[in-house]
Design a protein around this ligand. Sequence first.
Ligand SMILES: CSCCC(=O)C(=O)COP(=O)(O)O
Ligand code: ZN
Length: 217
Amino acid sequence: MSFADITTEDKRRVLGEFTEVKAEFASRGWFAGTGGNLSMRIGPYSSERFYFAVTASGKDKTRSTPEDFLFVDQDGKPCEATALKPSAETSLHREIYRLTGAGAIFHIHSVFNNIVSEWFWERRAVPIQGVELIKAFNIWEEDARIDVPILTNYADVPRIVPEITERLDPRVPGLLIRKHGICAWGKDAFEAKKHLEAFEFLFEYVYRWELLNRGKP
Ligand SMILES: CSCCC(=O)C(=O)COP(=O)(O)O
Ligand SMILES: [Zn+2]
């Protein structure tokens, strides 16, 4: 199946859902300074061939316009004639889709995700244990522990890709990039949003817990 076989109705459905999620994240202040990018997969999937809608690069993502998204293929190449440029971080989305077959990937910058990524940089992971919201990742064991990987924030974005390949943990639907932000994903937009919200809650928890424990005897 090629991109041409995807129905207009399907494209409208994806873009409708996409527009809603983007507006919701904008209302939370998750796109400061044009930072952040979102993608949603469309059509059938194989790790060698897939398509997704992605936010256009450099846009003010707090606004809704007819030029907010474009469709690209597994190589990040536009599927239709367009003057829009895909997100500068499309290579991260491509690799996560290739490895996981996810249905949506959301990347946002927040103060809490930036701070914890620096605080735990020497460990290359943020450890989180026993907090209820770990269950949002469908991890139900008693006192579960997860380690959220932290990747190097290379200015040349494609250089981050091999670290995704190496560090992605199938149990943990998110990756931090040092002093940059998080990519969180799920089988569809609903699940990717749930995961992103859970990560942001957990990062704020970790931040506050570390602060509270400074100087504790
Ligand atoms: C001004 S933020 C720097 C780029 C970035 O990290 C980001 O998330 C937005 O890049 P895009 O190309 O997707 O607009
Ligand atoms: Zn970013």
